[in-house]
Design a protein around this ligand. Structure first.
Ligand code: LMR
Length: 400
């Protein structure tokens, strides 16, 4: 009976938001979940999203079911945004794209595809990675192991370790890569390192599996943030890409994203797409329509598209400026001479502080600063006004 069911632990990321809500202290700061906030620490709905929604209301669109694969206008623009509209892989119709329930749902469908058609194949994930990756592959019964990624001594990339582990993986493994702005570390390979990673993956017949959750949001440029995926695609490799519009369009609650499978022929892409649909149908039948229409309008209508790019630059710019301010505050306040410049080298919404689990707990208890226990802070949840407070909290926690 249900009596036998034990209590599940809180989610390492979303559980932090629950704990934050319960805290009544005025100084509290939620740097846990990766969700963009304004300088007043309020959620932000993009103007382009409001415009697209107005348009949808004016058109009086209905709420019928979407096909299993999602909104076709969305699937078209999302793959174009990812690969570039003039990419030959699209002209050759080699990409199978279906709409997914944001990043998580798209990854979950891909995991189901791996489980069904590559039984026993392993997925390699970075150590560390976004906590939900492990849950997704566990629940899909896909075996996984970790490749070295983070070097605590430099708070940078352990490139040699990464290469060793990818080399040692059984031929034909799936290698999960963060397209840009690695979560949780904010540390990305350089373009030269990406080339070497691609060389090795090709040599070993591995299949790259990208998680792209921050396109345009990391650097401010949509093309630049997709360059890792495009580099692999240009080499003629087969690959998987999960996309999310949670961060770059602020559509967190709409659950809008996609899974793209780049195949070696149009024929294979048609077959793969049919199987993706077959996997999606018993899971959730068909995806939600509202977010798909928003994205299709924003990318598809030139004025909205250029306005979106400006808003994204604004958001990415605000995150960069608090990153700089946090670094400045830490450098001025920390009299030990510690070099905090690793913070400036990281990109995207997150910064990996190097704080341990115990320190992450202590900064929450003493300073009401909420963050994940792996030492990650979301800079998107920080304001300039709070940088000094956070720097005090980090230094106090770090040295005590
Ligand atoms: C995060 O890493 O904070 C976000 O991707 C939100 C989530 O779903 O965990």
């Amino acid at each position: 009976q249900f009596e036998g069911i034990t209590m599940a632990p809180p989610d390492p990321i979303l559980g932090v938001s629950e704990a934050f809500k319960a805290d009544t202290n005025e100084l509290k700061l939620n740097l846990g979940v990766g969700a963009y906030r304004t300088e007043d620490l309020q959620p932000y709905v993009l103007n382009v999203v409001k415009k697209a929604e107005n348009l949808m209301l004016e058109r009086g669109e209905n709420k019928e079911y979407l096909p299993i694969e999602g909104l076709s206008a969305f699937n078209k623009v999302t793959s174009e945004l990812l690969f570039g509209a003039d990419n030959p892989v699209l002209q050759q119709q080699r990409v199978a794209t279906i709409q997914g329930l944001s990043g998580t749902g798209s990854l979950r469908i891909a995991a189901a595809l791996i489980e069904r058609y590559f039984p026993g194949s392993k997925v390699l994930i970075s150590s560390p990675t976004w906590g939900n990756h492990k849950n997704i592959f566990n629940d899909a019964r896909v075996p996984w192991s970790e490749y070295q990624y983070y070097d605590p001594r430099t708070v940078g990339l352990d490139f040699a370790g990464m290469i060793d582990d990818i080399k040692a993986a059984p031929e034909g493994s799936f290698i999960l890569l963060h397209g840009c702005a690695h979560n949780p570390t904010g540390i990305d390979p350089t373009p030269e390192q990406w080339e070497k990673i691609a060389d090795l993956i090709q040599e070993k017949n591995h299949i790259p599996f990208f998680d792209v959750a921050y396109q345009g949001f990391a650097s401010g440029s949509l093309d630049q943030d997709a360059s890792s995926v495009r580099l692999f695609a240009a080499r003629g490799m087969e690959l998987l890409v999960a996309q999310s519009y949670s961060k770059n369009l602020g559509l967190y609650g709409e659950r809008i994203g996609a899974i793209n499978v780049l195949c070696s022929s149009a024929d294979a892409a048609t077959r793969v797409k049919s199987q993706l649909k077959r996997l999606a149908r018993p899971m959730y039948s068909n995806p939600p329509i509202h977010g798909a229409r928003i994205v299709a309008n924003v990318i598809g209508i030139p004025e909205l598209f250029s306005e979106w790019k400006k808003e994204m630059e604004m958001m990415a710019g605000r995150i960069k400026s608090v990153r700089q301010k946090l670094y400045d505050s830490l450098s001025v306040k920390d009299k030990s001479g510690k070099d905090w410049s690793f913070i400036l080298k990281q990109i995207g919404m997150f910064s990996f502080t190097g704080l341990s689990k115990a320190q992450s707990e202590s900064i929450t208890n003493k300073w009401h600063v909420y963050m994940t226990k792996d030492g990650r802070i979301s800079l998107a949840g920080l304001s300039s006004a709070k940088c000094e407070y956070l720097a005090d909290a980090i230094i106090d926690t770090y040295y005590n």
